[in-house]
Design a protein. Structure first.
Length: 340
């Protein structure tokens, strides 16, 4: 497992009026101390002018630290920025640029993307923000490649998310990148949340909730998740849901913002990651157990979607280290942050 000798320092950079929700997205993931989960992050807040800081819902919070707090941060998060129509103070943008130059990961939740854009950290890069603000971000910063549909975009050194729950999705994704999916799942479980939504999923669906209770796909998703090692085709899922293949695919896209095939692949890769972290099963056995047929296919999918190999992933995140029987010659690649 990664060394716990020094906690990863996360600093949230706040600005008045601060939205408590976006701040809570980061604080709950990186700052909550759980009795049965080892702490791996140190979470702090700061602002340009320490003191009383207004919020968007009528109360004031006291922030003791100023921009100097960013100097020791491993990750800086800008959890929303309500004044995104006005220039950001030069001291703030320079502090962010300096942190980025030092190798600090810089993250924006929701309209925090406007601050990163003003700092020049998104120039020539793909980014996102809340869907209500994507057109404004694109018009104000034409050098930024704004994607209005996705939940989040992670470049490794810089990341942005859409609004509300997508901020949690991005924070949990960063935890998975740092410490593996099993650790992130523990945090998600405490928050009573699903552990993983892909960043490429749509920000919102055309029909976000079924018009009738019996249109929900939740039962068939739960059924499929417990049978990943079996042959699961779209037709079989549709049959289980009592729908034609075409109707099933349409409802799937409406309710989840992705295709059945992509959802299944994501579930299988998540299950494979957990098995690599928590067991010493050989890669071939893991591939069979999660429904990816062979070690060759699992390695190909890992390389394509995660930028590494199963063996390298296990060496980084495995609880007991890799057994010799599942070692992969020549697979020295380490998991890296990657764009979604």
């Amino acid at each position: 497992m990664p060394s716990a000798a020094r906690l990863h320092r996360v600093v949230a950079l706040l600005g008045p009026p601060q939205s408590p929700f976006e701040l809570a997205c980061a604080a709950e993931v990186f700052g909550t101390v759980l009795p049965d989960v080892p702490s791996r992050y140190d979470f702090r807040i700061c602002t340009e002018a320490p003191g009383a800081l207004r919020t968007t819902i009528g109360y004031t919070m006291l922030v003791d630290a100023g921009l100097e707090a960013l100097q020791d941060a491993d990750t800086v998060i800008v959890p929303g920025w309500q004044r995104y129509g006005t220039p950001v103070a030069p001291a703030v943008t320079e502090a962010l640029r300096a942190a980025h130059r030092r190798g600090t990961r810089v993250v924006a939740i929701c309209t925090g993307a406007f601050v990163l854009a003003q700092a020049g950290l998104l120039d020539g890069r793909r980014a996102t923000t809340h869907w209500r603000s994507t057109a404004r971000l694109a018009a104000t910063f034409p050098e930024v490649d704004v994607d209005p549909d996705v939940l989040f975009v992670d470049h490794g050194d810089v990341a942005t998310s859409a609004g509300t729950g997508a901020g949690i999705d991005l924070c949990l994704h960063l935890v998975r990148s740092d410490h593996g999916s099993a650790y992130a799942a523990q945090i998600a479980r405490n928050m009573v949340l699903p552990p993983h939504r892909e960043g490429s999923q749509l920000q919102y669906a055309a029909r976000p909730t079924p018009t009738r209770a019996d249109e929900s796909l939740a039962p068939v998703l739960e059924w499929a998740s417990s049978r990943l090692g079996t042959r699961l085709t779209v037709d079989r899922l549709a049959e289980r849901a009592g729908l034609s293949g075409r109707t099933f695919a349409r409802r799937f896209a409406e309710q989840l913002g992705t295709s059945p095939g992509q959802w299944l692949l994501g579930q299988r890769l998540d299950a494979a990651r957990a098995l690599l972290e928590q067991t010493d099963l050989p890669v071939e056995a893991i591939a069979t157990r999660v429904g990816l047929a062979s070690a060759v296919n699992l390695r190909r999918r890992f390389r394509s979607h995660l930028g590494t190999t199963p063996g390298a992933y296990r060496r980084i995140f495995g609880e007991s280290g890799p057994p010799s029987r599942s070692a992969e010659p020549g697979s020295d690649t380490h998991p890296t942050h990657h764009e979604k």
